[in-house]
Design a protein around this ligand. Structure first.
Ligand code: MG
Ligand code: MG
Length: 628
């Protein structure tokens, strides 16, 4: 499958954009007129640059307000088209994109528009140029692909074809069925964009909130099925207007774009139609069986402090790495790895971020297939030297320069603890707090990164994403979205904030980048767990009385139960399925913290309590400037 992307999707100058597009593996590029106009060089220079990068200019766009103009504007419009054809000749581009006319003086009528396109087709054919017509969702007379197709059909000219753009079709909730009866040879280009469902003006929606396939809410595989049914197997091109992308690095955004297309095409495998044959040969999304371990990087001082905290949380040190200053802490099915070695990846992570979660290891069904898929998705593999006889664990770069490791039960990787670590001592029970598994991991990131990491997790692992949620922080709004497996073996909450004053943002500043902000451990009995934590000397985040007064007013919890919650600083929520009880530790040096949860068939993450928790943390950290 040949892929292309519009220059408008990326930040930077034209040269920088083209380099990023080529590096991400695209075959083609849509040149936007604004990028050409601001380029310091001739169209021939652009053509040379594109060719030297091994790219092809797919189309030049946009050409606005063409069809249905009254005279004398009509003649001027044709003269304008001729000048574009000249320019395209210099660019070495043979497809002009024309969108719906939005001019107030444009006249309606399918036949009038068809006649204009027929005449333009005659002029274009002489130059070896084709023209694609695209219905804008906000076109004055034509805003529906079924009408633009009727214009193209009646224009009946070999140089005139149709452009389909998923955004314009989904944003008007147009039925997809009629796409299936369009002849494939009349479709000159398919443009793909996803978007969140928003109830807003369609032009602003299109110009600010488009995103790559898989990052929004549109059912793009249904659109692809309809396109596939026509027999179309030509270019798929990304045309994304998005403020976050324009704030990101062109290289990173281009790679995300390529990843989104690989993932979308992967979903076409086995489906009816022409596109299934073009699906990439890659292993399926990895089944995540659980988190095998979380690795903390620390220096000597903070490693000693962290070890104290782990012990307080009921973990026991049960093993040591055979060749490095690395210890294994365990409780229930949870493994924490504490790395204070002076060499290697964890050390550099610690230098950059301070004490931090530097890696997360997932237990998957097949670790080498997972790495293979990651490489095909253009994720970044990571390798480092290992000692003789030690395991080389497959890994890719994750959020904020951290690592995502993969182990599986079917290879040597399943014996990781036996191979790389000393044999566990007889499990000691003293001080255990009844923690069973990692319920979820919460990662904070820059707002611009959120769509990237959503796509990263969704494309690699068999997870689904929850709808976006906005949580009120004393310093602003925090956007939150969760990716999770069906069985709850992996839940990752992604949090981002545009305000500099939210706790999430302050974490980024304090921590020097994106990373794990908190880890929630599950228990079957939160009250017993909290009692043990107190015995162990671990203090919990104090929750204000007002919270419990409100809880009493809005729930039917008994006075006894409320008193237990109040006495233990436990936050409470319930949904259709069950109940959720949560408590928080104080933060570790202002960098990250732990949550204890008792999840009784409950599906969510206590969003209703998040603002209470954030306010309590803000108070605790004495963030006086947040209150201003
Ligand atoms: Mg378009
Ligand atoms: Mg209290």
């Amino acid at each position: 499958m040949q892929t292309s992307i519009a220059t408008v999707s990326l930040s930077g100058g034209l040269a920088e954009k083209l380099e990023a597009i080529a590096a991400a593996g695209f075959a083609g590029v849509e040149i936007f007129e604004s990028d050409l106009l601001s380029f310091n060089g001739t169209p021939k220079d652009v053509a040379g640059m594109v060719a030297s990068l091994g790219l092809k200019i797919v189309t030049f766009q946009p050409f606005r307000d063409f069809a249905g103009m009254p005279e004398p504007q009509r003649s001027r419009t044709f003269a304008r088209a001729e000048r574009k054809f000249d320019l395209m000749g210099e660019l070495g581009c043979d497809l002009l994109m024309i969108c719906s006319n939005v001019a107030p003086d444009a006249l309606g009528g399918v036949d009038r528009a068809a006649a204009d396109f027929h005449e333009l087709g005659e002029r274009a054919r002489k130059r070896g140029i084709r023209v694609g017509f695209e219905a804008l969702a906000w076109g004055r007379h034509i805003s529906d692909y079924r009408d633009s197709w009727e214009v193209v059909r009646r224009a009946d000219h070999p140089a005139i074809g149709l452009t389909l753009d998923s955004f314009h079709i989904f944003s008007r909730k147009t039925n997809l069925k009629s796409i299936r009866s369009i002849p494939a040879d009349k479709i000159v280009l398919v443009q793909l964009a996803d978007a969140p469902w928003l109830d807003m003006d369609v032009i602003s929606w299109s110009r600010h909130f488009r995103c790559f396939p898989g990052q929004g809410d549109f059912p793009l595989t249904e659109f692809m099925d309809a396109v596939s049914a026509t027999g179309y197997s030509g270019l798929l091109s990304l045309e994304i207007f998005n403020d976050q992308f324009r704030a990101g690095s062109p290289r990173g955004v281009a790679v995300d774009g390529q990843r989104s297309l690989v993932y979308l095409m992967d979903q076409m495998r086995g489906r009816p139609g022409a596109l299934a044959k073009a699906a990439p040969q890659i292993p399926p999304r990895a089944q995540c069986l659980g988190i095998e371990f979380l690795e903390f990087a620390a220096d000597d001082r903070t490693a000693a402090e962290l070890a104290k905290l782990f012990a307080g949380l009921g973990f026991h040190k049960i093993g040591e790495h055979k060749s490095k200053a690395v210890t294994r802490w365990s409780q229930g099915a949870i493994n924490l790895v504490l790395n204070s070695d002076k060499d290697g990846f964890a050390h550099s992570h610690q230098l950059a971020h301070g004490p931090s979660v530097c890696a997360m290891c997932l237990k998957v069904d097949d670790a080498s297939a997972t790495l293979d898929r990651a490489e095909k998705l253009r994720d970044t593999p990571f390798r480092q030297a290992v000692g003789p006889g030690e395991l080389e664990i497959p890994a890719v770069r994750g959020l904020g320069g951290s690592l995502l490791y993969f182990v599986d039960p079917k290879s040597e990787l399943g014996r990781l603890w036996d191979i790389d670590f000393t044999t566990p001592k007889q499990p000691e029970r003293n001080g255990s707090a009844g923690l069973t598994t990692v319920d979820h991991v919460s990662q904070s990131m820059q707002y611009e990164e959120m769509l990237s990491w959503l796509l990263f997790y969704n494309s690699l692992l068999d997870v689904t994403k929850t709808p976006q949620l906005d949580v009120i922080d004393p310093g602003g709004i925090v956007r939150s979205q969760v990716v999770q497996t069906a069985g709850g073996t992996l839940r990752i909450a992604l949090n981002a904030s545009q305000s500099q004053r939210t706790l999430s943002s302050r974490f980024l500043t304090h921590y020097f980048g994106s990373g794990v902000q908190h880890i929630a451990f599950a228990t079957d009995d939160i009250v017993t767990t909290i009692k043990q934590l107190r015995v162990n000397g671990v203090k919990l985040l104090s929750i204000p009385e007002n919270y419990y007064d409100d809880l009493e007013a809005r729930t039917d919890l008994s006075a006894e139960r409320l008193e237990v919650l109040r006495a233990n600083d436990i936050l409470y929520d319930r949904d259709d399925a069950g109940e959720y009880l949560q408590a928080y530790t104080h933060s570790f040096e202002g960098l990250f913290f732990f949550e204890i949860v008792e999840r009784r068939a409950y599906k969510g993450f206590g969003a209703v309590n998040a603002s209470i928790r954030l306010a309590a943390q803000a108070r605790e950290m004495n963030l006086s400037d947040v209150q201003k």
